[in-house]
Design a protein around this ligand. Structure first.
Ligand SMILES: NC(=O)C1=CN([C@@H]2O[C@H](COP(=O)(O)OP(=O)(O)OC[C@H]3O[C@@H](n4cnc5c(N)ncnc54)[C@H](OP(=O)(O)O)[C@@H]3O)[C@@H](O)[C@H]2O)C=CC1
Ligand SMILES: O=C(O)C1=N[C@H](C(=O)O)C[C@H](O)C1
Length: 261
């Protein structure tokens, strides 16, 4: 039995990659692709997938096409409303877009509890990044002094990255104390990064980068550096496909790919 998959944000860097990955998977079928600003464009042209589908302008196309699972890769300004719509229409959601706010997350959690559809939200679908977050949480138990540097391509709209925010939260949950992160003589605001969950996060945006994160721990006479590099967006695809296969068996809404590994 194949799973019928729709993609929202299908003309974007990640959405197009997801369309290609879904179309290439034997057990998944690409049945709809939505991207309002590119409606009417052939999916073949936007993604290279061998299909007669056309990019749809609104989410109703997902229902019309009989999608069972929908992959959401739009961005911070659209993801909250889209996720709500998907759950209200009983469509399982695999969400990669970052920047969903707390209020939208609460609504989505309640909907996923109340209705038959589930949601998997993963700030990062690359297995290496998931492991980096787990290793960072483990290290923070012993080395509470830590800062994060995330580095991304220059077209990324949000900063800090969703992965960096999640890493900071996992570190905050794991470490027993909140050590000082001195600002020093902070002559240029921002020079010491931004604090999230009491962890300093620094964001770099440059052409040539894809998605990278370093977590640097400091201790007496030593440092420990954990680093992950996505050098291509295909790095996220095994995680996204796994999410498509597992989301129906989840219970409500979960955050983090680790829950389906
Ligand atoms: N979880 C993970 O593993 C990963 C997450 N991401 C996240 O995925 C998101 C997308 O990244 P990326 O592909 O690089 O961004 P892009 O800007 O390339 O793609 C986003 C696409 O969504 C479209 N879009 C905007 N609004 C809507 C809407 N309301 N409905 C449907 N489509 C819409 C955009 O249209 P237009 O071009 O006209 O704006 C664009 O085509 C970001 O939040 C990023 O942080 C990225 C990589 C991995
Ligand atoms: O925009 C991106 O590219 C990425 N976004 C996600 C994030 O904000 O963490 C995941 C990955 O870092 C790539």
């Amino acid at each position: 039995m194949t799973i019928r998959v729709g993609v929202v944000g299908a003309a974007g860097r990640m959405g197009a990659e997801v369309c290609r990955a879904v179309a290439a998977a034997d057990d998944l079928e690409l049945v709809a692709a939505v991207d309002p600003h590119h409606a009417g464009v052939a999916v073949r042209e936007a993604t290279g997938v061998d299909t007669d589908l056309t990019l749809a302008g609104d989410l109703d196309a997902l229902v019309d096409a009989g999608a069972e699972v929908v992959v959401e890769f739009t961005g911070p300004s659209a993801v909250g409303a889209n996720l709500r719509w998907l759950l209200e229409h009983d469509l399982h959601a695999v969400v990669g877009a970052t920047g969903i706010d707390e209020a939208d997350l609460t609504v989505a959690r309640e909907l996923a509890e109340a209705r038959p559809a589930n949601a998997l939200i993963a700030p990062n679908f690359a297995i290496g990044a998931v492991l980096l977050m787990q290793f960072a949480a483990e290290a923070a138990r012993y080395l509470p002094h830590v800062e994060i540097i995330e580095l991304h391509h220059d077209r990324k709209v949000d900063a800090p990255s969703g992965t960096a925010l999640r890493t900071a939260e996992l570190i905050a949950d794991a470490r027993a104390e909140i050590p000082d992160a001195p600002l020093g003589d902070d002559r240029h605001p921002g020079a010491r990064g931004a604090a999230h969950a009491d962890v300093r996060v620094h964001s770099v945006r440059l052409p040539g980068l894809v998605a990278h994160e370093e977590v640097i721990f400091g201790g007496t006479g030593q440092t420990l550096t954990l680093r992950h590099d996505s050098i291509d967006r295909t790095s996220f695809m095994p995680g996204v496909l796994l999410g498509c296969r597992k989301v129906a068996s989840l219970d409500g809404l979960v955050v983090g790919l680790e829950h389906v590994l």
